[in-house]
Design a protein around this ligand. Structure first.
Ligand SMILES: O=C(O)CCC(=O)N[C@@H](CCC(=O)O)C(=O)O
Ligand SMILES: [Zn+2]
Length: 343
């Protein structure tokens, strides 16, 4: 109980505390669990957790787990909060250093994807652009980058980052992960196995560096990072958490430092796609021809016109392409969707 009180005062748990203090600048607070695990609340929604120094870290790793980078993507937030409560209740012992992040607390309170600007377009230094001057989301991106940098420096073990999301549209493949582009690298087999363990059967390989949180941690911290899409956006309390048991179990296993289990059917094969084209809102009388109710991974045959503007008409060429994250309601210059093909 002492740890709850030190970290979250009169709130019943981390999520309640984060929502209640979403717009407050709170000083760092530290506590130690009865087993010697140290927890530091670096800011509202950011916890740096370190196991006792004499405990073995059999997987020799450090983990960054983030959720709520988009405030309305609530299921992963609930999963992370439940895992933290288990740790605080002494249900299992932590083996590796952890940085747990609830990304955008004000947007979580509002039940919106973001307040002023999409936080997941502000990483990799993009928060420093003059157009974002003074915006709280730019300050949060900068703070989160710094928290991750310090965590990586404090723990030079192999670093993985899983940025957990849910999608706006329905999806023909319910759970999928995106692997940020870093020149010359390949997805390690143990990461593919972890995705399958988490019941994520589909992987998209990005084709260029971006300004997402996972792109930042891969490019600048050398982490094995993934944006993981785990289902569909729903308000707090409305998620069928049974559908998120896979990621919860797989993360708990990593937190405890247990060995990776062997692959079990039906989650024994990862289907891999590559991004071939990123559709951007050009602003020049941009017209998007993908209807509003289309599911992620809907395929379009060669010849289909996907978007047009005053200068360009984009048509699928040669082989079919599928759409992911179709959303024309974005500012000029931002992503309207990804076109992908099987690898
Ligand atoms: O469903 C949607 O349209 C968006 C879901 C979401 O937030 N996806 C991430 C993907 C980030 C990446 O490309 O790694 C995003 O759009 O920020
Ligand atoms: Zn998201």
């Amino acid at each position: 109980m002492a740890a709850y009180q030190d970290l979250f005062k009169y709130s019943s748990d981390w999520l309640v505390h984060t929502l209640a203090n979403a717009t407050t600048d709170l000083p760092e607070v530290k506590t130690t669990l009865p087993d010697g695990t140290r927890i530091s609340r670096k800011a509202v929604g950011v916890l740096h957790i370190t196991p006792p120094s004499n405990r073995k870290n059999p997987n020799q790793e450090a983990l960054i787990i983030s959720a709520g980078i988009h405030g309305n993507e609530t299921a992963p937030i609930e999963v992370l909060n439940a895992l933290l409560s288990e740790l605080l209740n002494g249900e299992w012992q932590l083996a590796c250093p952890l940085l747990l992040i609830l990304g955008n607390p004000p947007a979580m309170v509002a039940g919106d994807r973001f307040m002023e600007v999409n936080l997941n377009r502000l990483f990799n230094g993009a928060h420093g652009k003059s157009e974002y001057d003074g915006l709280p989301e730019a300050a949060r991106a900068q703070f989160l980058e710094e928290a991750c940098r310090q965590f990586a420096m404090a723990h030079p073990q192999a670093l993985s980052h899983y940025d957990l999301h849910t999608a706006i549209r329905p999806s023909r493949r319910e759970k999928f992960a995106l692997y940020p582009f870093v020149e010359g690298r390949q997805v390690p087999e143990e990461q593919c196995d972890f995705l399958l363990e988490a019941e994520v059967e589909t992987l998209l390989l990005q084709h260029r560096e971006g300004t997402t949180f996972s792109s930042f941690s891969s490019s600048l911290l050398g982490a094995e990072s993934f944006t993981v899409e785990l289902g569909k956006v729903k308000p707090f309390g409305m998620n069928d958490l049974a559908r998120f048991e896979g990621i919860k179990k797989a993360l708990r296993r990593r937190f405890c430092g247990e060995p990776r289990p062997s692959k079990q059917p039906p989650f024994d094969h990862l289907t891999v796609f590559e991004v071939v084209y990123e559709i951007l809102n050009t602003g020049k009388n941009f017209r998007f021809h993908v209807p509003d109710d289309v599911a992620n991974f809907t395929e379009y045959p060669p010849g289909t016109v996907i978007w047009e503007d005053d200068d360009t008409c984009y048509r699928v060429e040669l082989s079919p392409q599928a759409i992911v994250f179709p959303n024309p309601d974005v500012p000029v210059g931002q992503r309207v969707g990804l076109l992908i093909r099987p690898r």
